[in-house]
Design a protein around this ligand. Structure first.
Ligand code: GLA
Length: 452
């Protein structure tokens, strides 16, 4: 347990005072869980392939105190998030779709009974988040992580962060998104001044230094893409398309495969030392790149549409058009880019890293189709304004771009972005600092027990 939450920090002090006035008692714990920006490796995590995020200094703070029974009172300093009450139980019914309280319930449900103990005490929780929502900076997973840590602390249950990083992605699927494990892992286990290369199934991490003399700049496209809202379906469709790609790979690579594939990441295990994009032509020969119906894909993989739907766990809300080959191409080339990026960063080669960011963006835009016109305008503006590399970050469909910028040029970069992107959209008097940020890589989550 770390004690790095500074009680003299204005935001922390205000939160604790606010807790006292809301609940007429003092908080016993304060928790901080950071958001993240993903530098490379987009939509690879749920495929069991690597990612390269870093934690940011925008975070969810929760002040909390236990209740003697299972009652949970959840409040937010931002009153646009209404008060929510519920009880801990083995089967917690969600609030309505898209409700912010579901992220707390996701943590409670996921942790209700663990091998380390059962959550028996609810509590009062006051949340203060300053990660912009729907921006691709993982505000929702930071809320899940902070909620989980708060409930564990109130119940005197200790779970190693590495174990929580395995547990919480499953827990978060309670909200209906089929997300991977990057966000929870980086929020829990980030290392200050480093990005983290994360591999999955099993979870492994390696700190990676960022090139000195460069800054990570994040700019919001002003299009929000709520993970619990409309972006959810588009995200889930990508996950399903990758599951279909797994089946297509099994058929296309059959003679060389010793066993069935669980994820695309298995290809990296089964063909060690081989570059994954080299496997593409075999699949290419069997599958046209256009959107296909389930019946068409079933024919290629030699099964029935019903069996394919069942085997790939395709949710009923997903329709009958699947783009498989381009999604596969993105995932396999993106994994390769993460490998190369790690080497580029290890040797301090910012220019090579920037080129990989640009290539990742092109692949996200053309093959994974997670960009939108505003993101494209922002990427073009960032490149014209001197970024060494720039790409959409997070799930996409709006949200933010991340750019690598020479430290000595950051101020002029921000001025140009303001002039060329924000002012025409927000007006000359707008406070642009709420939309673009220069981030330092921060450490992961912390829990602090407060003296009585
Ligand atoms: C969201 C998900 C992550 C990851 C990214 C895309 O943030 O929560 O698991 O899939 O999208 O890389």
């Amino acid at each position: 347990m770390s004690t790095t939450i500074d009680l003299d920090d204005g935001r922390v002090a205000r939160l604790l005072a606010n807790f006292r006035s809301q609940f007429s008692r003092s908080a016993t714990h304060i928790i901080r869980a950071p958001g993240r920006v993903n530098l490379l490796g987009e939509h690879t995590d749920y495929n069991g392939l690597p990612v390269l995020p870093m934690a940011i200094d925008h975070a969810v703070l929760i002040a909390a105190a236990a209740n003697p029974d299972t009652a949970v009172r959840l409040r937010n300093v931002d009153e646009t998030y209404p008060a929510r009450d519920y009880h801990l139980a083995s089967d917690i019914a969600p609030f309505g779709a898209g409700d912010w309280g579901n992220y707390h319930k996701a943590a409670a449900q996921g942790l209700y009974t663990t091998r380390h103990g059962t959550l028996r005490q609810g509590g009062d929780f006051l949340v203060d988040g300053n990660i912009p929502a729907g921006a691709g900076l993982s505000s929702s997973s930071a809320l899940v992580v902070a909620s989980a840590l708060a409930m564990l602390a109130l119940n005197d249950i200790e779970i190693p962060f590495a174990e929580l990083a395995e547990l919480l992605p499953d827990a978060e699927r309670y909200v209906g998104t089929l997300s991977g494990g990057m966000d929870q892992c980086i929020s829990l286990l980030a290392v200050a001044d480093h990005a983290l290369r994360i591999d999955f199934f099993p979870l492994r991490m390696r700190p990676v230094p960022l090139p000195s003399g460069y800054r990570v700049v994040v700019c919001h496209s002003l299009v929000t893409a709520e993970k619990s809202g409309t972006a959810r379906l588009a995200y889930n469709l990508r996950v399903v398309e990758c599951r279909l790609a797994v089946r297509a790979c099994e058929v296309a690579l059959a003679p060389a495969l010793p066993r069935a594939l669980r994820t695309l990441g298995d290809l990296a295990n089964l063909f060690p030392g081989r570059s994954l994009p080299e496997l593409l032509p075999a699949v290419d020969a069997r599958l046209p790149p256009r959107p296909l119906t389930l019946a068409e894909i079933a024919r290629v993989v030699g099964t029935s549409p019903a069996q394919l739907r069942d085997g790939c766990h395709i949710p009923g809300e997903i329709g009958d058009h699947f783009t498989v080959l381009p999604r596969l191409r993105h995932v396999l080339t993106e994994a390769e880019r993460v490998n190369r990026a790690e080497h580029a960063l290890a040797s301090g080669d910012a220019i090579a890293f920037g080129a990989l960011m640009d290539a990742s963006h092109a692949s996200c835009r053309d093959d994974y189709e997670i960009s939108c016109p505003e993101i494209e305008q922002l990427i073009a503006t960032a490149k014209e304004s001197g970024a060494v590399g720039a790409r959409v970050t997070g799930a996409g469909f709006g949200g933010c771009i991340v750019a690598l910028v020479d430290a000595s040029a950051v101020n002029s970069f921000l001025e140009l972005i303001d002039r060329r992107f924000y002012r025409p959209r927000l007006g000359n008097g707008a406070r642009t600092t709420a939309h673009r940020f220069v981030f330092q890589p921060c450490a992961g989550a912390t829990v602090r027990r407060l003296d009585a």
